[in-house]
Design a protein around this ligand. Structure first.
Ligand SMILES: Cc1cc2nc3c(=O)[nH]c(=O)nc-3n(C[C@H](O)[C@H](O)[C@H](O)COP(=O)(O)OP(=O)(O)OC[C@H]3O[C@@H](n4cnc5c(N)ncnc54)[C@H](O)[C@@H]3O)c2cc1C
Length: 284
């Protein structure tokens, strides 16, 4: 029987906010995932597949969605000629290290992203403008309605930070095949990206990277200074970073200040007849 527990944790999102998860489970095999899925459907529960939680915002103290942590084996098969088949639970960094050691081009811009391969595929992870992981993807294998399906990259619908796997849903990405062209590397692309992040991004406090998928830059630029010194205010400890336009940093055990900032930005957008859509996946 599916092992579903109630837990309290601050490890299920890189915001490190603490929540009471009423329904939490981990799956190591596809069969275990299917068992959880059956339980969720029989009990009319929404189900959330969790990678590394680096794009996940829990909006309430008590979370009632069934949270399923991906604990499939983290394997990688070298298929030759720059082609790799990778499990969805594999950290993106493992793929990048392999590419660097083999003199292959890759999505090195994701070296700063604490994602699983499955999470990066689901989110169409990439640069703010330009390259994404799908520049290198051949196919994705996933489970839907108990069937294992493989979709080729060109047939997979996607938009900026969005695919058919984004959000609260029950389609599990099992693995994917990526292909990297060879490229002689003179220095470490991973190190370069990490150095760039240290100077251009704000990693002093817990965060989930960019908050909004779509927004109006001038509106956000004007309001992101509020509240002034928010990270230092007792009980709030949250603000937009001053280094990047679209990141919230949070040093609070509770997620309500993050939710307040997001709703505030969305409200101001509405006043101007615009929309601010979150890139963060909100789970309650
Ligand atoms: C410091 C920092 C820097 C970042 N920089 C970037 C950046 O440069 N570019 C960028 O695009 N993002 C960036 N992000 C955001 C985030 O890392 C990415 O969105 C990442 O792809 C999320 O991966 P994850 O494994 O943590 O996914 P999670 O947050 O766990 O999940 C995100 C979504 O993916 C789905 N999902 C996860 N695994 C699976 C699976 N196996 N099958 C089906 N669905 C699945 C979830 O259900 C959810 O909808 C950054 C985050 C941080 C903390």
């Amino acid at each position: 029987m599916a092992d579903i527990r109630a837990i309290q944790s601050e490890r299920l999102s890189t915001f490190r906010t603490q929540h009471d998860f009423q329904f939490y489970g981990e799956f190591q095999t596809v069969e275990e995932f299917l068992e959880f899925q059956r339980w969720a459907s029989a009990n009319s529960h929404r189900l959330y597949i969790l990678g590394n939680g680096s794009n996940t915002l829990y909006t309430r103290r008590r979370i009632r969605t069934l949270i399923l942590k991906n604990r499939l084996d983290a394997w990688m098969n070298d298929l030759g000629e720059g082609r790799l088949e990778c499990s969805s639970s594999l950290p993106v960094m493992r793929i990048l290290k392999h590419c660097e050691a083999s003199n292959l081009d890759s999505f090195y811009y994701l070296a700063s992203v604490p994602a699983t391969f499955g999470g990066a595929l689901a989110m169409n992870a990439g640069l703010g403008v330009g390259g994404t992981i799908y520049d290198f993807v051949e196919s994705v294998t996933y489970i839907e309605d108990g069937r294992i399906l493989t979709v080729r990259c060109e047939d997979l619908e996607r938009a900026h930070r969005k695919t058919m796997f984004t959000g609260v849903h029950d389609r599990l990405i099992i693995s994917g095949i990526v292909k990297f062209p060879s490229r002689p590397l003179e220095s470490s692309e991973i190190r370069k990206r990490i150095e760039w992040c240290h100077s251009h991004q704000d990693i002093r406090f817990p965060n989930c990277g960019s908050v909004f998928r779509t927004y109006t830059p001038w509106i956000l630029r004007r309001i992101r200074g509020l509240p002034v010194a928010g990270i230092k205010y007792p009980f709030f400890h949250t603000q937009f970073t001053r280094k990047v336009n679209n990141w919230i940093i949070c040093n609070n055990r509770s997620s309500w200040p993050i939710v307040c900032l997001i709703r505030f930005v969305q409200g101001i957008h509405r006043l101007f007849g615009k929309r601010a859509e979150t890139e963060l996946i909100e789970v309650d």
